[in-house]
Every structure is written in C-alpha cells, then in structure tokens.
Design a protein around this ligand. Structure first.
Ligand SMILES: Cc1cc2nc3c(=O)[nH]c(=O)nc-3n(C[C@H](O)[C@H](O)[C@H](O)COP(=O)(O)OP(=O)(O)OC[C@H]3O[C@@H](n4cnc5c(N)ncnc54)[C@H](O)[C@@H]3O)c2cc1C
Length: 305
C-alpha cells in the first residue's frame, strides 16, 4: 500500500515528468505499456490489437496542461487521430482526459475544446470516451460530460466511473437516467478515505454491484478491468440474467494481460484495448507501476536486455 501511494505521489511530480521524457533510457522502459510517441506508432499498435480480434481506444498522453495554447494542440491532435482512424480503417474510438483540454484552468474552455472533438467524432460515426481523473474534478468532469451528452447522442460520447468512490453508485443511477454509456473501472488515483473505500475488498464489492446495475440497464457499457474475479463475476451475471455477449464489452490496457484479452475475444466477447501514446507518458506509466509494483522488476529486468 505504501509503495502504491509513493508511486502515485511520484506520478504527480511535474518536474520528474519533464526529466523522464528527455531520456531515451526511460523511454525504452515504457514500451510494454505505451505504444510509442507518434500517431503512426499508435496506429501500428492498434492494427496488431485489431488483428487479435480486439477493438481499441486512442489515448494521447498529456494530463494537466497549463496553457490555452497547449489545450488547442490537444484538440488538434485528437482531430488528427479521428481523421487517421477513418483513413486507415482501423477499429478504434478515442479516450480524452478533460484536464488535457483545460479543466484545471477553465471549465468553459474545456467544454468548448471537448465539444469540437465530440462533434468531429459524431460526424464520422465515431465515439469519444471521457476518462475520469482524481476526485477533485469528478463533479466538474460529470458536469462537462452532461453538457456534451445533452447536445450529442448516446453513441457519440460516454463517461467513466470509478468503483473506489463512495459516490459512484449514485452517479451511475443518475447517469443511466440520461441515459449514458459508462466505462466502469476501479480507479487509479490516490484518494483519501473521506471519498473512497480504503480497502480493496470494498472497492471490488462495489465494482460488482455497479457492474450488475450497468449490465441490467440495456445500454452498451464498458467493463474495464484485468481482475479475473471481476471478469468472472461479469460473465456469471451476464449468463444468469441472459445479457447477450454483444450487449457490453470488456476493456483492458495496452500491454496488460494480453492472454486474457485474446481469450475473451476468442470466446466472442467485445474486447477493447486502451492504447496510450505520446511524449508525456510519465504519470500514466507510474500509475501502471503503482497498480502492480512487481512491474518495477519487470521493467528493471528489461533495462539489462
Ligand atoms: C480500459 C481501461 C480504462 C481505464 N480508464 C480509467 C479512468 O478513466 N480513470 C481511472 O481512474 N482509471 C482508469 N483505468 C485504470 C483502473 O482504474 C485501474 O487502476 C486498473 O485497471 C487496475 O485495476 P484492475 O481492475 O485491473 O484490478 P486490480 O485489482 O488492480 O488488478 C487485478 C489484477 O490485474 C492485473 N493487473 C492490474 N494492473 C496491472 C498492471 N499495471 N500491470 C500488470 N498487471 C496488472 C494483475 O494480475 C492484478 O492482480 C482504466 C483501466 C482500463 C482497463
């Protein structure tokens, strides 16, 4: 637990983010989890993911940007990504983080930026998933999402909820009324016990409760986890309640449990792989180490290869 908190703390150190990005040695370590720095590299990774029967979601890595010009660059990046998806014919949608579009500076600017991406995706028949970040921006993220959803369709834009937050069951009920497509994950940030379950068992129990609510809603949701217990609970519930294989999808991160990704796809379940790329990989990479500190040894071993 201490290691997880320490790694998440390090993931938030902006100075280290720039330091790490400059050294090719560090970059080499990230290849298991990050598809590369350019759209081309991400496209190549997604072709491979598609070849294994999985769909994908692009994620351009760059959180917590701090200038309007930077948010503009992020919008352009995503417009490029959407164009490249069409040009290449790969099977992928996109995931965005609102902090990338200015959420920590100006929610109105964020909404306008996100709107441009969702509008373009909707025009192309594609889909934008709004990722969920730390609890300080949960409400702001939901507020921007609701404005987008009021303007665009169910199949144009969706959101993410995290089962470690106490509020998530209420948020899920509220969002289903709109209705909205939800990706359910456990949550990747350091949260205090005032807002989030401190014990893994409670996070898992809540995951299963919210998963059951989502699968019973008749709306197409994403069940995002690598945890075999969460996956088995989902498969069991779907079987018992006669929820068809095509009525939801599983989602996993690039480079994590590829065996399980391919197995579920072979078994006929929708499987979407979240493919991060870009120069600013440091916070994302550190959160992946925090989830499984054993990865530190995996990464260090690769250094000597
Ligand atoms: C598609 C997708 C999108 C996500 N989007 C968000 C988001 O918007 N907001 C957010 O807060 N979080 C997001 N997450 C991260 C999520 O919240 C968890 O931090 C992460 O998925 C780990 O939780 P888990 O469900 O895999 O279960 P855990 O209990 O953490 O892990 C269960 C098992 O999965 C395997 N595993 C898990 N993580 C790793 C790893 N890093 N390396 C190797 N094996 C691992 C291990 O076998 C582990 O025992 C997303 C996750 C996925 C899959």
């Amino acid at each position: 637990m201490l290691t997880r908190s320490a790694l998440i703390y390090l993931s938030r150190q902006e100075g280290l983010k720039d330091f790490a990005a400059r050294f090719s040695l560090f970059k080499k370590l990230t290849t298991r989890f990050i598809a590369g720095e350019s759209i081309d590299e991400a496209v190549a990774a997604i072709r491979e993911v598609n070849a294994h029967g999985c769909s994908a979601s692009f994620d351009h890595l760059n959180e917590s940007v701090s200038s309007t010009a930077e948010t503009e660059a992020e919008v352009r990046e995503y417009l490029d990504v959407l164009r490249r998806i069409d040009e290449t014919g790969i099977n992928s949608n996109v995931s965005i983080k609102l902090s990338q579009f200015g959420l920590e500076m100006d929610p109105e600017l964020t909404y306008r930026n996100a709107r441009r991406v969702v509008e373009d995706a909707a025009r192309r028949g594609n889909f934008v998933r709004v990722d969920m970040e730390g609890s300080s921006v949960t409400q702001a993220t939901i507020d921007v999402f609701k404005r987008l959803r009021a303007e665009f369709g169910l199949n144009d834009v969706g959101i993410v909820l995290q089962s470690y937050l106490y509020r998530t069951m209420d948020d899920a009920r509220d969002l289903l009324k709109i209705p909205a497509r939800i990706r359910l994950c456990k949550g990747a940030y350091n949260e205090p016990p005032e807002v989030a379950y401190p014990n893994k068992k409670d996070v898992d129990d809540n995951y299963i409760r919210v998963m059951q609510l989502l699968l019973s809603s008749g709306i197409y949701h994403g069940i995002a986890t690598h945890d075999p217990r969460m996956i088995d609970a989902t498969l069991e519930f779907a079987k018992r309640e006669r929820v068809s294989k095509g009525a939801f999808e599983f989602q996993m991160l690039y480079g994590i449990r590829r065996d399980l990704q391919e197995q579920l796809a072979r078994d006929g379940y929708g499987m979407r792989v979240y493919v991060p790329y870009g120069k600013h990989w440091y916070p994302y990479f550190m959160r992946r180490l925090a989830e499984r500190p054993a990865n530190i040894w995996f990464v260090l071993k690769n250094l000597w290869k």
